[in-house]
Design a binder for this molecule. Structure first.
Ligand code: AMP
Ligand code: ZN
Length: 665
């Protein structure tokens, strides 16, 4: 095989794996093997630039920066959809159709209405050409570089008759990925993303496509548009789209009459929460393309399609009081304390109000009756005020100007939606928040101390920062409320043991803004010890893989504060790990690299956490639930019965801990 053929073969193989993994959700090789092949291809392409191809799988990692998005006129206009909310609306629509088409039987397709950002993908000669947002329907923004990073979108089509066309779809952020992104932001003390839809459409307009590549976006397709197509029906065209490599959800259904449409609606109204992404309704389309042509368009939307909107799960209740929380980074979050109300099966007592702008925009006031909604978010949100029920004596909400805790005047920097309490070292909530973060499970994981213990120590004047923890003595702790000798001893023991916690966790525990778990790992691996990190310049920092300007600046700012340096030095003197233990690195192999494990049951040779750590140290991944992507289930005693059936039904090998150890040999 010559080099050109080798490059071609690798591209073909990687394309197929992308398709299996991202479109069919059915991995055929491990992530590790995939990465190896990708690296190999990257090398070959770098050495042989004459074979460059903008649609190579290597071009999906992003890197291109778009400063201004070009405005592009759509070849065919992108219309809106008419909405309907009841069976009557649907029946009326059918009557209108029959008025135009005559009294003929009409077949329909039902699809889910995917809740994301609409996109128009252009293909030419079977290759991805460009992606344009809907914009105003006539013109949109070209976001090709960003969309290219979405792995479920084929860049090169399987060979079929139709090679030049537009295909329309919705870019969505599946809930699992959305929640993960927010979890990370929570840990980094950043403001949370509101909902998957806004985050998906925001992602399309990011300037740095490498940033987009990191987001787990997906693209669900719903219509092929071309001047001439070989298709007779919409259903047929979507089946073609599936065959040629696009992700068209299998929820698509052909319905012979309105009764079948109502069955489809009823089913998904009930089951929509089991879907991996959000949907806000069903789109019903006349299936026959000749009929579609005959029906045509109104000024805004096709006559041949109708959106049926699900009732959103909403409740109305009284907002008693707005309170303000201070985070460990000083960020202020307003919270609505509600009269408890049932919503989508849970009792809701509180809702986030996000920030001052949000309160002002909706003019939310105490004693108002408000509408609460639950979307993909963890915390429900207030979507409106029932003005008719507003009490006469109601007064507009005045956002606090001073910290509810330390009474320092709040600041708000430009471009930041949140107010901050700047009193970093004097604000009790920030102080205890930082120490609570320090001891938390993912950080120093100190046994015997909880969040309340920290508050107790703080109130009694025993600690002012996390370094003070290591000066505590059993004698100091015993006299405190609810402290027995035994628990005091446990605390001291827990602190002693924490001196063995590896550097990367210690670094995370310091609570430097924007330095979450993953970033801490990266920094620890790169700099090996705290001194190197502390001496690193801004330029030096941003050259580290995945460290951006914001993180770099935050690290510089942290070490610029003498108190922080002093605290770090005290921790060093106490014997905490401030460098990577090279001997520990020896245990790290890539023996199970790329494999996904699920761990279940009780083990003898390891604790569960040790087993998980061993898997990760040897390159594997640990997942909490069994899916098609799982490679092995490591089962101990008393493995959960539902996990067992799931693993068996998917044909995933179940191995014992000894068999796992065999894998490492
Ligand atoms: P609206 O914005 O309410 O007028 O609804 C029209 C939008 O629904 C379109 O621009 C599409 O982006 C979106 N949509 C989501 N799912 C579908 C689907 N299955 N078929 C057609 N449009 C859809
Ligand atoms: Zn404060």
């Amino acid at each position: 095989m010559n080099i050109e053929q080798e490059i071609k073969a690798l591209r073909e193989a990687l394309r197929l794996h992308n398709y299996n993994y991202y479109v069919l959700d059915n991995a055929t090789i491990s992530d590790y093997e995939f990465d190896q092949k990708l690296k190999q291809l990257e090398q070959l392409e770098a050495d042989n630039p004459q074979f460059f191809d903008e649609n190579s799988p290597t071009q999906r990692v992003g890197g291109a920066i778009t400063k201004n998005f070009n405005t592009v006129t759509h070849t065919h206009r992108m219309y809106s959809l008419d909405n309907s909310y009841s069976k009557e609306d649907v029946l009326d629509w059918e009557k209108r159709l029959q008025k135009i088409l005559g009294d003929v039987p009409i077949n329909y397709t039902c699809e889910l209405k995917y809740d994301g950002a609409s996109i128009n993908l252009y293909y030419k000669n079977g290759k991805f050409e460009k992606a344009v947002t809907r914009g105003d329907g006539f013109q949109g923004d070209e976001v090709t570089a960003n969309v290219k990073t979405i792995k479920s979108i084929p860049l090169v089509l399987k060979e079929e008759d139709l090679q030049d066309f537009e295909i329309r779809g919705e870019i969505v952020l599946p809930l699992e990925g959305f929640n993960k992104m927010n979890q990370e932001r929570l840990e980094n003390g950043e403001e949370l993303y509101r909902n998957p839809r806004n985050t998906a459409s925001g992602s399309l307009k990011l300037q740095d496509s490498a940033e987009v590549a990191k987001r787990p976006l997906d693209c669900l397709l719903y219509q092929i548009v071309a001047d001439q197509t070989p298709f007779k029906s919409h259903y047929e065209s979507l089946k073609f789209a599936q065959k040629t490599g696009f992700k068209v959800p299998n929820t698509l259904k052909l319905c012979k009459n309105t009764a079948e449409i109502f069955d489809f609606i009823a089913y998904w109204d009930l089951h929509r929460h089991d879907l991996p992404y959000e949907t806000d309704g069903v789109v019903i389309k006349v299936n026959d393309l000749h009929f579609q042509e005959e029906l045509g368009y109104t000024a805004k939307s096709p006559r041949w399609a109708l959106a049926y909107k699900f009732q959103t799960e909403q409740a109305s209740t009284v907002l008693h009081k707005i309170t303000y929380q201070v985070g460990r980074t000083g960020a202020i979050t307003p919270v609505a304390n509600l009269e408890p109300v049932e919503l989508a099966g849970t009792i809701v007592k509180r809702a986030s109000l996000h920030n001052a702008d949000q309160i002002a925009k909706l003019d939310i006031r105490e004693k108002d009756t408000v509408f609460v909604e639950k979307g993909g978010e963890i915390i429900p949100k207030i979507v409106g005020v029932d003005l008719e029920k507003r009490p006469k004596e109601s007064i507009p909400t005045k956002y606090i100007s001073h910290c509810p805790d330390c009474h320092t005047e709040l600041i708000r920097t430009e471009g930041d939606a949140k107010h901050y309490c700047p009193n970093e070292f004097g604000c009790p909530t920030q102080i205890t928040g930082r120490i609570q973060h320090f001891i938390s499970r993912k950080a120093m994981n100190i046994d015997g101390i909880g969040a309340e213990t920290i508050e107790l120590f703080y109130k009694d004047g025993l600690i002012r920062n996390y370094a003070d923890l290591y000066d505590l003595t059993v004698e100091q702790i015993i006299p405190l409320e609810r402290m027995a000798e035994k628990s005091a001893e446990n605390i001291i023991k827990g602190l002693e043991l924490s001196k063995e916690i590896p550097f990367e966790k210690v670094l995370f525990a310091l609570g430097i803004r924007f330095v979450g778990e993953t970033v801490a790992k990266k920094l620890a691996k790169h700099y090996k010890n705290i001194d190197h990190l502390q001496q690193a310049s801004f330029e030096d920092l941003i050259n580290v893989d995945e460290i951006g300007e914001r993180i770099a600046q935050s690290i510089i700012d942290f070490f610029a504060v003498p108190t922080n340096v002093e605290i770090v030095n005290r921790l060093k003197n106490k014997g905490l790990q401030f460098s990577v233990d090279e001997s520990k690195l020896l245990h790290q192999t890539d023996k199970v690299a790329g494999l996904v494990f699920v761990v279940s049951g009780v083990f003898h040779k390891f604790s569960r956490n040790e087993l998980k750590k061993s898997i990760e140290d040897n390159g594997g991944k640990v997942s909490s639930s069994i899916s098609k992507k799982t490679n092995y289930v490591v089962a101990g005693d008393n493995m959960g019965p539902s996990k067992l059936t799931k693993a068996e039904s998917l044909g995933i090998p179940i191995i014992s801990e000894s068999e796992y150890l065999e894998l490492l040999k």
